[in-house]
Design a protein around this ligand. Structure first.
Ligand SMILES: COc1ccc(/C=N/Nc2[nH]nc(C)c2C(=O)Nc2cccc(NC(C)=O)c2)cc1
Length: 298
């Protein structure tokens, strides 16, 4: 379908699903096939104002090329004078963030299933040399079966529901990002550790009063597990291993030459160390708790 020339007249546009910084997302049905999609409308003027044309084109090329059950499909796109329309896969369950807020925290089966799905999606993306860099609960959607879908390659959609200041939050930034070091595949791994913690405890591990405090906590890897929660030792082992692994990568295997504040070069001495994603898939907590189909009833 992505080869066809689409236009707005091909669709019945339905209710708005949510608002974005650059436009809105609507439920829509392709008239001929009756196929339900999510139509994301982006205003060209907004994109031009922020000089994001090339980034948008790159994100669209990436997402069109990715085919994976845990990556939201971009079926195609079209534009008129003032708007760009993205024809996206519709995920009935909406943002995982909303489910997490509603439930407070997830069961170990749910958390392990989502982490396994995310890891498989990241293995696929990294295999295609795509680094998402922006994985947070707001960018994770659920389909009608509860299957996780990574959405928004680079575009965060402001949901209509009350939202924690995701765009401003530093909670998910890995140390190399916080210290403005070149990010790399390890960033996505790091974010998995953050998300796993948030799935099980309901809050990200380095949440703090101010941004500066969060900065400091990330740099020091000030990771604490509340004794009140009955989270299994295996889960804590996975979280601390993934987070400390990323830092090890940062300290031991990354040599980032920074001159005059510019990134000069990123040398990964031992690229085999990067494959921590496989290690996540083989971790006892994942093997024991994750649903192999990537689906788990609430
Ligand atoms: C407000 O309650 C909602 C419940 C479910 C949805 C489902 N959205 N599903 C989507 N499929 N493909 C895309 C793209 C989307 C989407 O962007 N959803 C979206 C956008 C903005 C905010 C929200 N908010 C929530 C709570 O899911 C969802 C959207 C809103």
């Amino acid at each position: 379908t992505s080869k066809r020339q689409w236009s707005l007249s091909d669709f019945d546009v339905g209710k708005p699903l949510g608002k974005g910084r650059f436009g809105r997302v609507y439920l829509a049905r392709e008239i001929k096939s009756k196929y339900i999609v999510a139509l994301k409308v982006i205003f060209k003027e907004q994109i031009e104002k922020h000089g994001l044309q090339h980034q948008l084109r790159r994100e669209m090329e990436i997402q069109t090329a990715l085919r994976h059950p845990n990556v939201l499909r971009l079926h195609g796109w079209f534009h008129d004078n003032e708007r760009i329309f993205l024809i996206l896969e519709y995920a009935h369950g909406g943002e995982l963030y909303r489910q997490l807020r509603k439930l407070g925290h997830l069961t170990e089966t749910q958390a392990a299933t989502y982490i396994a799905s995310l890891t498989e999606a990241l293995l696929y993306c990294h295999d295609k040399h795509v680094i998402h860099r922006d994985i947070k609960p707001e960018n994770l959607l659920l389909d009608h079966e509860g299957r996780l879908k990574i959405a928004d390659f680079g575009w965060s959609v402001q949901s209509r529901s009350k939202r924690h200041t995701m765009c401003g939050t530093l909670d998910y930034l890995a140390p190399e990002m916080v210290e403005r070091k070149a990010h790399d595949y390890a960033v996505d791994n790091w974010t998995l550790g953050i998300l796993c913690y948030e799935f099980l405890y309901g809050v990200p591990p380095f949440e703090a009063e101010s941004q500066m405090d969060t900065f400091e906590r990330i740099k020091k890897i000030d990771l604490a597990f509340p004794s009140t929660s009955d989270v299994s030792a295996e889960a804590k082992d996975l979280i601390s291993r993934v987070i400390s692994f990323s830092v090890t990568l940062d300290d031991g295997f990354f040599t980032v030459l920074m001159l005059h504040g510019l990134f000069v070069q990123l040398l990964v001495k031992d690229s085999s160390k990067r494959l921590s994603l496989e290690k996540i898939m083989g971790h006892p907590w994942i093997v024991k708790n994750a649903n192999s189909m990537g689906i788990c009833s609430n």
